[in-house]
Unconditional design. Structure first.
Lengths: 114, 113
């Protein structure tokens, strides 16, 4: 398996624009996680899914953020409208289960909102 | 509340010196503990994990960690570091009913020649 695949690797957009980040989890993994990493706040969990169903979205910062998982092989995270403070690295991760198994991370998407 | 504390945000060391990166967790239930490493411009990858059994866990690249339940710690060690170990290291755990990893803020290890 190629691992968790995220696209794009880098995104530069203007404030107010819609941004879509994409993730393809490892085949067979039941859990998918979206994290955001910044210098100030470190690694924050935004939302996670189990079997395509959102389980906990309490980390989503505002209504401007939304995430979907229409099927087992794809998820997207949207920010609309984007703001400069959304600039961060966004990671997607997947795991076969939770607890005793590791989560596998994608390479991340570096988002810059100007 | 469940949390992970990494006591040092940055640790500079010289090559071939030993290193310890500290991690303490707070949880009222049994936990599974992990150390992840993040190289520059990369995602996180697993170094090692503690699930049960022996409290000394060995991982990749010569790293090991010791689980200490009484001190709620899971410190990461390496007896002799290399330049290539320069990276950010994250301690994390699963605790109780939560379905997600709880991460510490990370420790940046900088190995100098």
């Amino acid at each position: 398996d190629a691992g968790v695949i995220q696209s794009p690797r880098h995104e530069v957009t203007e404030m107010g624009q819609e941004v879509t980040l994409r993730c393809k989890p490892i085949s067979g993994h039941d859990y998918l996680f979206w994290y955001r990493q910044t210098m100030m706040r470190g690694l924050e969990l935004l939302i996670y899914f189990n079997n395509n169903v959102p389980i906990d979205d309490s980390g989503m910062p505002e209504d401007r953020f939304s995430a979907k998982m229409p099927n087992a092989s794809f998820s997207n995270l949207k920010i609309q409208p984007s703001e400069p403070r959304d600039s961060a690295v966004y990671f997607c991760a997947s795991s076969h289960s939770t607890g005793d198994t590791e989560a596998f991370f994608g390479q991340g998407t570096r988002l810059t909102v100007v | 509340a469940q949390s992970v504390t990494q006591l040092d945000s940055q640790v500079p060391v010289f090559e071939e010196a030993p290193v310890e990166l500290r991690c303490n967790y707070s949880s009222s239930v049994s936990v599974y503990l992990f150390w992840y490493v993040q190289y520059p411009n990369q995602g996180l990858q697993l170094l090692l994990k503690y699930l049960s059994g022996s409290t000394l866990v060995k991982g990749i690249n010569g790293f090991e960690a010791e689980f200490n339940k009484s001190q709620t710690s899971f410190h990461l060690r390496k007896p002799s570091v290399h330049i290539s170990d320069t990276a950010e290291y994250f301690c994390a755990f699963y605790g109780g009913s939560q379905g997600n990893l709880i991460f510490g803020k990370g420790t940046k290890l900088s190995v100098k020649p």
